[in-house]
Design a protein around this ligand. Structure first.
Ligand SMILES: [Zn+2]
Length: 212
């Protein structure tokens, strides 16, 4: 009996320890227009993202970062009435870096189960034509369907290791509701006074990928 108690105590402790160290994981829920070579590129980038998500440095840097325009969790208020996800009120709360960290850490998207510590992704591969002003769109997130579209050439098949994974984390911050003040990065930065939530998360990820 004593030995049984001892064994179950050790097992309980092991479970507790594992849970405190469990890092979030990433799961692809939907894939649209991915050909074989797109899927291969995605697989490699998701492996990198898994390594990033289990790196304590990534999480610490988010907690220490300064986010501009953090009172911009308003993306879901753009939704049409018939959208598959409910239209939400504009959330003008100023999110602290700890709160932003927690949204990402707990995978608080509306896909899958809530608070599941899973970063659920719905992905589309796309070939964006050049914009009229000569600029290139790299990706976007649909607020109604939460599908992330990414450009094949500049993101999915980028030669820079982790570029697509960092971009997916940027778009995931839109899935969580954070919206840019402007789609032009320079105007956005000016209006916010600094780097906003999706861009800061992307930059933190890119910096860590550089040293991997
Ligand atoms: Zn964005």
């Amino acid at each position: 009996m004593k030995r049984f108690l001892k064994t179950s105590l050790v097992l309980t402790l092991l479970v507790v320890c594992r849970n405190t160290h469990a890092f979030p994981t990433v799961k692809v829920d939907t894939l649209i227009d991915f050909n074989a070579s797109d899927s291969l590129a995605l697989k490699k980038e998701l492996e990198l993202m898994d390594v990033l998500l289990s790196n304590p440095k990534f999480w610490l840097q988010i907690k220490k970062a300064h986010f501009f325009c953090s009172a911009q969790r308003t993306y879901h208020s753009k939704r049409k009435r018939h959208s598959i996800y409910p239209k939400l009120k504009k959330d003008k709360h100023s999110y602290t870096s700890q709160e932003i960290h927690d949204l990402l850490w707990f995978g608080q998207d509306e896909i899958g189960s809530p608070n599941d510590q899973v970063i659920n992704l719905k992905l589309r591969a796309k070939d964006y034509p050049k914009n009229k002003n000569g600029s290139q769109t790299h990706g976007s997130t649909n607020s109604g369907t939460l599908i992330i579209s990414s450009d094949r050439k500049t993101r999915i098949h980028s030669k820079i290791k982790g570029k697509y994974a960092a971009h997916l984390l940027h778009e995931y911050m839109h899935v969580l509701g954070f919206k840019h003040k402007s789609n032009s990065p320079s105007i956005n930065k000016k209006k916010c006074g600094g780097i906003d939530v999706p861009l800061r998360i992307q930059k933190i990820a890119e910096e860590i990928f550089k040293h991997m």
